[in-house]
Design a protein around this ligand. Sequence first.
Ligand SMILES: Nc1ncnc2c1ncn2[C@@H]1O[C@H](COP(=O)(O)OP(=O)(O)OP(=O)(O)O)[C@@H](O)[C@H]1O
Length: 356
Amino acid sequence: MNPDDPTAADTDMRLVGPAADGEDQAVEAALRPRSLGEFVGQERVREQLDLVLRAALARGATADHVLLSGAPGLGKTTLSMIIAAEMNAPIRITSGPAIQHAGDLAAILSSLQEGEVLFLDEIHRMSRPAEEMLYMAMEDFRVDVIVGKGPGATAIPLELPPFTLVGATTRAGLLPPPLRDRFGFTAHMEFYDPAELKRVVHRSASLLDVEIDTEGAAEIAGRSRGTPRIANRLLRRVRDYAQVKADGRIDREVAAAALAVYEVDGRGLDRLDRAVLGALLRLFGGGPVGLSTLAVAVGEERETVEEVAEPFLVREGLLARTPRGRIATPAAWTHLGLVPPQQGPGAGGQQGLFGA
Ligand SMILES: Nc1ncnc2c1ncn2[C@@H]1O[C@H](COP(=O)(O)OP(=O)(O)OP(=O)(O)O)[C@@H](O)[C@H]1O
């Protein structure tokens, strides 16, 4: 979770939020695939990574540095652990926000063992001096530790054992090119399709010892917003429901009834998403309407609407951001079961009325 993110709390409280909550963290370790073979989906990334790792193993060398980019919950941490496991190497896990001084990074780097994997989550949030130290460490396996201040400061070179840096970021575009260029292998992780998520659900259900049929898994997969973390979380909630209200087994009916209780609809929208979409359609005739107006209409902060609800609505093709404001697509009307207003001559009178 990002403590500087004003929307983080809202995101974390949502059943369909992509960031890990406390409960996720406790069970995720048990559900993590441990090898490339077990890792579901992301075929291209897996194939490429497999070559990189096997070639390094054959040469008896440390694997190249790897950059993983993609939305939260798609498996970046999991993949970094798999890289270490496949290389038979230990792994050290830290994150950009935890490294605020170059000295913090020097301490970590100087204690790495030969061949160790250093996983640096949210690498785009590291401080600039630490980032500059990382350039040299990645390229030459060396850092200059600065001792003292001002004109008397001296740089003491420190040799490092070869290591593999696995950087993860949700915002690859924010990485400075010199840092990006130092990764030998870069992979962008895509959202998962429903068939892949179905496999994730089946796999997790078997690890959690939950009985689920193929339609039940499909029902959960279809509401998981392309994200394995969300699929696993929905599965746990559906399991609760199945235990309390049914005989413990999950089929389509049980999954749909459970997720209706949690207000996650057939397409994975939750109450906030539907409130935003509903206001846009019912109050503003489908838009265009300014973001601030829309936020007031649903009683949320601007940032919450923009950063928490909208990305998924846009991705799903239900809402579009235009220079004149937010507009609903025809699919939005259909999804909420509403009929768009007639667009005859003289219609569209509301267009442009609702500014930011
Ligand atoms: N390809 C996959 N196959 C099976 N399970 C997966 C896969 N990817 C992720 N998961 C599951 O989803 C959960 C979240 O994955 P992970 O923590 O690796 O995501 P992340 O991209 O690192 O997220 P964040 O950016 O929030 O750190 C894990 O518990 C893991 O079990």
